[in-house]
Design a protein around this ligand. Structure first.
Ligand code: PMP
Length: 439
C-alpha cells in the first residue's frame, strides 16, 4: 500500500479546517473522479519535447506523436479484450460524449429500433437515447439489482425490435456489477447488441469484451480516463468498425475525410472519420500510461483489495446506530467498492459537509446523475422526486456515497468510522452546529 500510495498525485495534501485542525485529505469520492497517477503526469512531461499535432505532418515530432496516438489503440484493445480486426477504438472527451456519439451514429442502422436502457443507469446512458429511438427501461428488483427476468421479458415483448441493450458495467450509486457477458448472451439470442457503460467498471475490475464470434461478446464499450487515474478530457468508445463505416460522422471537419471537392466528400475510414479536429494526443498518452500502471498493479489484485476495503467498511458501519442503507447493502459480491447511505434525521448534504469540515473527508452526496435509480432505492414516487428537486423548501432527495480507490487505506476508513460514531452519538449537537443545512 505504501508503494501504491506513492503513485498518486496529491496524496499528501493537507488542509486547514474550520475547527483549527490541519489534516491530510481523505478522498472517498473516487467514483466521481480519481486523482492522476504520478507516472501519468511524468509521461506527459516526457512527451513535451515531442509536442506536435498528430497525423498532420511529416516532421519528426509529428511522427513520434502520431505513433504514440495510434499505438494507444492496440494497448487499449489488449486491456479490455477488444479485437482490432473487427472493432475500432475512437478517442473522445469522456463517457458521456462517447454514448452521445454512439446514439447519433446508430441512427443509420437502428432508427426504427428499440433501445433498452435500465433503471440503474447514469443519466449519460439514458438521456442520449431519448427522442431518437423508442427507449424502454429494464427493471430492477427489490435489492436494486438489474432484473434479468425483466430483460428477457422486454426482449420477448418487443419481438426482435430491440437493437441495443445499453447497461452499466457497475452502478455509480450502489456499485452493483452487472453480469455483462451473460446479458450479452441474452441480448444476442434476441438479435440485439449490447453497450456496456464501463465508466465505473473498467478502473476497478478486469473486463473482457471476448471475441466477436463468442455469444458473450460485448459489442460496444465506453469509459472515461479521469475515473482511471488519468486527467480529465479523454474518453474511449469501442465498437464494430462496420457500424462507423456507414453514413456520415456526427461531427465533420479536418481529419474526417480522404477526398473533398466542393460537391463530393469521401470519408476516411474509422476511427479517423469519427475524430474530427486535432486529437488530444496528451490525453491519449495519459490513458495508456494509466492502463500500464493498472496492469502492473494487476486488475485482479485491485478488485480484491478494493473489495476488502468495502467489506471492512461495511462491517464497521453495521455497528453504528441510525444509519440507513439501501438495497443489498451488506453483500459485497459482484460489486465495486461504492457504499450509499444516509443518517436518520440528517440531510445528506449536512453529513457530507460535516465529513469535509470536521475531518477533511471528501465524499459525494445527492443523486449522482441517476435520479430514476435514487427514486427507486429511496422508494419515492417520480412526482415526489420532481417536487423535492424543484422546491427549495423541501429536503432534496439523495444519499451520501463513499467510493474507494486502489490507494485508500484501512486507517482512512477507521477515521471515517470514528467520525460517524461521534455524529451518531452526538446527533443533536451536530444538528445544531450545522442547522443551516438541515431540513
Ligand atoms: N456512467 C457512469 C456509470 C458514471 O459513473 C459516469 C460518471 N459519473 C458517467 C457515465 C459519465 O462519465 P463522464 O462524466 O466522464 O462522461
Amino acid at each position: 500500500l505504501t508503494e501504491t500510495r506513492k503513485l498518486i498525485a496529491g496524496i499528501d495534501t493537507k488542509i486547514s479546517l474550520p475547527n483549527g485542525k490541519y489534516l491530510p485529505v481523505i478522498n472517498f469520492d473516487n467514483a466521481a473522479t480519481t486523482p492522476p497517477f504520478l507516472p501519468v503526469l511524468e509521461e506527459i512531461m516526457n512527451f513535451s519535447p515531442w509536442y506536435a499535432s498528430v497525423h498532420r505532418g511529416t516532421g519528426y515530432k509529428s511522427q513520434v506523436s502520431s505513433n504514440i496516438y495510434e499505438n494507444a489503440r492496440s494497448m487499449i484493445a489488449d486491456f479490455v479484450g477488444a479485437d482490432l480486426k473487427h472493432d475500432t477504438i475512437i478517442f473522445l472527451k469522456n463517457t458521456t460524449e462517447a454514448i452521445n456519439k454512439l446514439s447519433n451514429r446508430l441512427l443509420n442502422t437502428y432508427k426504427d429500433g428499440v433501445i433498452l436502457s435500465s433503471f440503474m443507469e447514469h443519466h449519460s446512458n439514458d438521456l442520449p437515447w431519448r427522442n431518437k429511438y423508442t427507449v424502454d427501461y429494464i427493471d430492477i428488483n427489490q435489492e436494486g439489482k438489474l432484473s434479468l427476468e425483466d430483460l428477457e421479458a422486454k426482449l420477448l415483448h418487443y419481438k426482435g425490435r430491440v437493437q441495443l441493450v445499453a447497461v452499466t458495467g457497475a452502478s455509480n450509486v450502489t456499485g452493483y456489477m452487472n453480469p455483462i457477458n451473460q446479458i450479452a448472451e441474452i441480448a444476442h439470442r434476441h438479435g440485439a447488441k449490447i453497450l456496456v457503460d464501463g465508466a465505473q467498471l473498467v478502473p476497478h475490475a478486469p473486463i473482457n469484451m471476448k471475441p466477436p464470434n463468442d455469444p458473450q461478446h460485448i459489442d460496444f464499450l465506453v469509459f472515461s480516463g479521469h475515473k482511471m487515474y488519468a486527467p480529465f478530457g479523454t474518453g474511449v468508445l469501442i465498437g464494430p468498425k462496420e457500424i462507423f463505416q456507414k453514413g456520415s460522422p456526427d461531427y465533420t471537419g479536418g481529419g474526417t475525410v480522404e477526398i473533398v471537392t466542393h460537391d463530393t466528400v469521401k470519408w476516411a475510414d474509422p476511427p479517423l472519420k469519427e475524430e474530427a479536429g486535432t486529437p488530444n494526443v496528451m490525453g491519449v498518452l495519459a490513458i495508456v500510461t494509466a492502463i500500464k500502471t493498472l496492469k502492473n498493479l494487476g486488475m485482479e489484485d485491485i478488485e480484491i483489495y478494493e473489495r476488502k476495503l468495502m467489506e471492512y467498511a461495511l462491517s464497521r458501519l453495521k455497528d453504528i446506530d441510525d444509519l440507513i442503507f439501501y438495497g443489498d447493502a451488506f453483500n459485497s459480491k459482484d460489486r465495486v467498492s461504492i457504499i450509499p447511505f444516509n443518517i436518520l434525521g440528517m440531510s445528506h448534504d449536512m453529513v457530507a459537509t460535516i465529513f469535509a469540515q470536521e475531518a477533511a473527508i471528501a465524499v459525494r452526496n445527492g443523486c449522482f446523475c441517476a435520479q430514476p435509480y435514487i427514486q427507486r432505492l429511496l422508494n419515492i414516487s417520480a412526482e415526489e422526486i420532481k417536487n423535492r428537486i424543484e422546491d427549495p423548501s423541501l429536503p432534496h432527495p439523495g444519499v451520501v456515497r463513499i467510493s474507494f480507490g486502489l490507494y485508500n487505506s484501512f486507517d482512512e476508513i477507521d477515521q471515517l468510522i470514528k467520525l460517524l460514531s461521534k455524529i451518531s452519538k452526538n446527533k443533536k449537537a451536530y444538528l445544531s452546529k450545522y442547522r443551516h443545512l438541515s431540513f
